[in-house]
Design a protein around this ligand. Structure first.
Ligand SMILES: [Zn+2]
Length: 127
């Protein structure tokens, strides 16, 4: 298994273990230099009623010092049936990652076999 798939698999396992929600289970893991620095999970869907849900990507950066880390972020989503689904960061998270962090690239699951990625450095350059 290649490095990207291994790390997405780790994100999948963390998403799958999210105790707060069943429907939308996402996890993001931040790596740098082969080291796992932080994992984050989204908060429960019920939080939408308060108008704010913490997305997994943002949960990673609750530790503000990590915003300076030029690392790689891996995101996975597990649906209620247990299958891996599309976890491409939403526009809000993408904007946050581009503008407020130094993450180089974000990898996201499409399904259990395939993934995609977004080059955040290229997005910063094009601003
Ligand atoms: Zn988001």
């Amino acid at each position: 298994m290649c490095r990207i798939k291994r790390r997405l698999q780790l994100a999948t396992e963390i998403a799958d273990s999210n105790p707060t929600t069943k429907q939308y289970r996402l996890a993001a893991v931040l790596f740098k230099g082969g080291v796992l620095l932080k994992a984050g999970q989204n908060t429960e869907k019920a939080a939408y009623t308060t108008g704010y849900t913490l997305h997994a990507e943002r949960a990673v950066f609750r530790d503000e010092t990590l915003k300076e880390t030029a690392g790689l972020l891996y995101v996975s989503r597990v649906r209620s049936r247990g299958d891996v689904s599309v976890s491409r960061p939403c526009e809000e998270c993408l904007g946050f990652l581009v503008e407020e962090t130094k993450v180089i690239r974000v990898y996201f699951t499409i399904n259990s076999e395939h993934h995609g990625s977004i080059n955040l450095r290229a997005l910063r350059r094009s601003k």
